[in-house]
Design a protein around this ligand. Structure first.
Ligand code: G3P
Length: 222
């Protein structure tokens, strides 16, 4: 399973990258706004800065919602760095744009996926990734993980289908573990959800004991 970080915060991206387990980055307009990034030039420069940290895929979301606008903006974003993936919303013109980008060899991530039918449609249009938002489904008392399972089952029926399932809107470590059990190809979540995988009290207790025993055997004060 590939690990992406879902943020536009450069410090967190650097930290996850230095941790050694990062395969890519996803952003969205809300995450860019959270970092105070606005204006076309600043937004583009921010994507370049992210791509200078990470070699793996970096999803950059278009703001346009009409076909010509999505294509224009997406091609400009794709030209910023070789690892940019154009993130396109699940709307009719977005699906048309996915096909256009796919034909041109530009990688895409279809975002705001909330049903298996939407995922199938995006895959048909040649999306590189589909992003089902599991946390937001959980938020409205709908099982987000069931959607990941449903899409996995459908995609596995068609071996030629290359679209990867990118489990998005991950909120905590159990989402990551459950998505890995189901076989999601990628997960994208906040830094805390990734570093949270480190934690187990028995690891802490065990390490403390090992170090204390070593110190005792070496005649050092514990
Ligand atoms: O980037 C898309 C997705 O991961 C958003 O997550 O937490 O805003 O629902 P969230």
């Amino acid at each position: 399973m590939k690990f992406f970080i879902d943020t536009a915060n450069l410090d967190q991206i650097r930290e996850a990258h230095d941790f050694g387990v990062l395969d890519g980055v996803t952003t969205n307009p809300s995450l860019m706004a959270k970092e105070g990034i606005s204006g076309q030039t600043n937004i583009q420069q921010h994507y370049v800065d992210i791509c200078n940290i990470v070699d793996g895929d970096v999803s950059a979301e278009v703001i346009a919602t009409d076909f010509d606008g999505i294509v224009h903006e997406g091609e400009r974003l794709a030209g910023l760095a070789p690892n940019i993936v154009v993130k396109v919303p699940m709307i009719k013109d977005g699906v048309k744009a996915l096909k256009h980008f796919s034909d041109k060899g530009i990688k895409t991530n279809c975002t705001l996926i909330f049903s298996a039918g939407q995922a199938l449609l995006a895959a048909k249009a040649g999306a590189t990734y589909v992003s089902p938002f599991i946390g937001r489904l959980d938020d409205i008392s709908t099982d987000g993980l069931s959607l990941i399972s449903e899409i996995r089952t459908i995609f596995d029926n068609y071996k030629g289908l290359k679209t990867e399932i990118l489990a998005a809107s991950i909120r905590h470590t159990m989402h990551i573990i459950d998505c890995a059990k189901i076989g999601a190809d990628v997960m994208t979540g906040p830094l805390a959800s990734i570093t949270g995988l480190l934690k187990h009290p028995l690891t802490d207790i065990g390490l403390k004991q090992f170090l204390a025993d070593h110190a005792k055997a070496s005649g050092q004060p514990v």
